[in-house]
Design a binder for this molecule. Structure first.
Ligand code: GTP
Ligand code: MG
Length: 422
């Protein structure tokens, strides 16, 4: 295998550790995903190495002998990167980097994801969020060895680039930078809160899902707008909101950053405000790629992240997407049962989008609202209906009217208002 690659893509060797109780197939799936991540970051996977161990080696993560062997293999394959499937501790990273030497950069899954995020961040908010997460990740790893290498290499595909300026500053400067970024983010977040405050009275639907599940494609086909869609991981980092009208009902649909297993917690924390768009929603659409053999892991990941963000009490609907890729109807039935959902679509091929529209419409009409109304005495015949279809929160009887504060679903309240006007 010649090390000279025509499109000068960096070559990477992937390394996975198999611990007791973990099926080798799980590691294989995770390495598939890691390969996809590497590809998205612009690196080409030359080979993968796995090691079964009873535990993590505190010094080198995998065994020292295996690490030496992997380094030799990587060099022979013309690799410039070794990427670990898991997060490596700062000490392990330092030791592994020493083993690897100067021409081979050691990365872990977290570092790789951060790299992709940095490349894909477009708005000031996303850039600030990524930069913050990246500095927090680097701070404990800031050894002389690391800075030296960083100065030479930066991240995947960046020999000298974005990372460079940060490397020259010392720990103290990084810490200052972290507090500055946090302040910036708080400022941006305040703006966001004011913005979403304006949209308070609108019904809000949020698309949530594993990266590459097709969230932006759903957004695109429901709103008819030009949203960025790519067959790569983390194509979307920024939140996009579109106003959509359906049979006279309006709602706001938001698309945002995707999830992935082992999502670096720094990133989850940094992206909290972006993900708050989902927090403000009345309905969450959990978009799943029905054609993925990993669908259960994906679902579990979404559920976990939503729980971490304390969003698990918001009404949610599972949307099985990419059904055009599921050729076995029996399999589709199994999936429908498993996720107790009736919405199965192909956002790309525009199949069965009406079932999704209907489900959203139903949620809008079921949505509870609180209104204040005055019932003139000549309309008091309506009171029975009001008490039976809505929840009366307060009542004040005056000479001319009965003043009520009532809570009910949008459809019921609307038909009531019609009767009041007659
Ligand atoms: N076959 C098929 N492909 C789809 C469908 N929906 C989306 N895709 C493809 O899946 C890939 C990812 O789609 P996106 O809409 O960018 O996915 P996403 O969930 O927004 O991904 P991130 O923004 O990266 O988190 C693209 O190549 C889409 O064309 C579908 O229903 N069928
Ligand atoms: Mg997207």
């Amino acid at each position: 295998m010649g090390p000279a690659v025509a499109d000068n893509k960096e070559r990477a060797l992937l390394i996975g550790l198999i611990l007791p109780g973990a099926a080798p197939s799980v590691t294989a799936d995770q390495l598939d995903e890691l390969a996809l991540l590497a590809d998205t970051a612009g690196a080409e996977v030359a080979d993968r190495v796995t090691q079964k161990r009873t535990g993590i080696d505190p010094a080198t993560f995998i065994g020292k002998g295996k690490a030496d062997e992997a380094v030799r293999q990587a060099v022979a394959l013309g690799c410039s990167l070794i990427i670990f499937n898991d997060e490596i501790s700062p000490t392990q990273m330092k030791n592994l980097q020493r083993l690897a030497g100067e021409d081979l950069k050691v990365l872990d899954r977290t570092g790789l994801i951060l790299d992709i995020f940095r490349k894909h961040a477009r708005t000031r908010e996303a850039r600030t969020q990524v930069e913050l997460a990246q500095l927090q990740y680097r701070l404990p790893r800031l050894t002389r060895m690391w800075t030296h290498l960083e100065r030479q290499m930066g991240g995947v595909g960046t020999r000298a680039g974005a990372g460079e300026s940060q490397i020259e500053v010392d720990r103290r400067l990084i810490q200052n930078q972290i507090s500055r970024l946090k302040k910036d983010l708080a400022g941006i977040e305040k703006q966001r809160i004011t913005q979403s405050h304006h949209r308070r009275d609108q019904f809000r639907v949020a698309l949530v899902g594993y990266t590459n599940a097709g969230k932006s494609t759903v957004m695109r086909s429901l709103s008819g707008s030009d949203v960025y869609v790519r067959d790569q991981l983390f194509a979307t980092l920024d939140t996009t909101v579109r106003k959509i009208e359906l049979e006279g009902e309006q709602f706001l649909l938001s698309d945002t950053v995707g999830f992935i297993r082992k999502l670096p917690h720094n990133l989850v924390a940094s992206f909290r405000s972006t993900l708050r768009e989902a927090a403000d929603s009345n309905l969450i659409l959990k978009v799943l790629d029905a054609s993925s053999p990993q669908i259960d892991v994906h679902y579990q990941t979404i559920t976990d992240v939503l729980r971490q963000l304390k969003l698990d009490s918001i009404p949610a609907l599972v949307v099985l997407n990419k059904i055009d890729l599921v050729s076995d109807p029996a399999l589709l039935d199994v999936l429908k049962q498993r996720f107790s959902t009736t919405v199965t679509i192909s956002a790309l091929r525009q199949l069965k989008l009406d079932s999704l529209r209907r489900a959203i419409l139903e949620a809008i009409r079921k949505n509870q609202e609180i209104i204040a109304i005055k019932i003139p005495h000549f309309k008091s015949g309506l009171l029975d209906l009001i008490y039976s279809t809505t929840k009366v929160l307060s009542r004040r009887d005056t000479d001319e009217t009965v003043d009520l504060e009532i809570q009910g679903n949008v459809a019921d309240l609307r038909s009531l208002m019609k009767k009041l006007q007659l």
